[in-house]
Write a protein that binds this ligand. Sequence first.
Ligand SMILES: CC(C)(COP(=O)(O)OP(=O)(O)OC[C@H]1O[C@@H](n2cnc3c(N)ncnc32)[C@H](O)[C@@H]1OP(=O)(O)O)[C@@H](O)C(=O)NCCC(=O)NCCS
Length: 253
Amino acid sequence: MVNPKVSRHPTICYRPIRPSDLMILQQLHADAFPIRYESEFFQNVVNARDIVSWGAVDRSRPNGHSDELIGFVTARIVQANESEIGDLLSYDSAKSDQTLVYILTLGVVDTYRNLGIASSLISEVIKYASNIPTCRALYLHVISYNIPAIHLYKKMSFKCVRRLHGFYLINGQHYDSYLFVYYINGGRSPCSPLELVTVAVSYMRRGLNSVAARLRKNEEKWPKWAKCKESRRLVGTQGRRNLTAECTGCECV
Ligand SMILES: CC(C)(COP(=O)(O)OP(=O)(O)OC[C@H]1O[C@@H](n2cnc3c(N)ncnc32)[C@H](O)[C@@H]1OP(=O)(O)O)[C@@H](O)C(=O)NCCC(=O)NCCS
């Protein structure tokens, strides 16, 4: 996408993403991320199928561009007890009705960066999630070298709770990710001694499982796999499709 010039007085508005945004949304994702998203993901976003989204537009842009997206955020509601951060919530996360909001993707066109647009988009998601009585937290992953994004999440009081080693596989190279959480509606991290021990045990078990899985994988000499965040789905890179890095509906990198 050609980076649009920002007028001296941009008039930024926020609105839901809709079907007519499909092309530009795909383009913005291609520009912002080192991975490709499947068309199903975009269809789900623009048709609001299990995904909520907000777009930013600059009403001051001329020539019919005043409703064109210059920023976006997409998110999904997940069940707390099925999520990977169930152990990072206090005891009531075991209740089956507890939910979380997972931020999938966030991006702002180059020329519109550092104007507070991403902060406003995240505020929209926080407002939305806070209005869901069962929702206890928002969370997201960010690749460890994405300094502007990490700065943004810290500025917005997200807590960095985990570093996940080799979480991403992009063009054959592994990268770590940080897991950020923002608690809402009385959600909190475990803090009683028993809760902390439970978290530590679960964390160690997760680490051991991951080491064991890697060893098994090496032994079996399977083709390399690209890990798809959030759903933890594995996508074969030597399958029929020649994937560099592709996901169906995950991530912030
Ligand atoms: C990350 C991103 C969404 C931020 O969008 P934005 O609209 O510029 O964000 P905001 O203006 O709300 O806030 C940006 C903050 O990051 C800071 N920042 C920008 N570049 C930075 C850098 N290189 N190092 C540290 N901080 C930086 C800004 O100073 C600002 O903080 P401040 O308000 O304290 O000054 C945007 O850079 C982007 O689209 N990046 C590509 C896609 C991406 O990485 N998405 C996030 C994936 S997790």
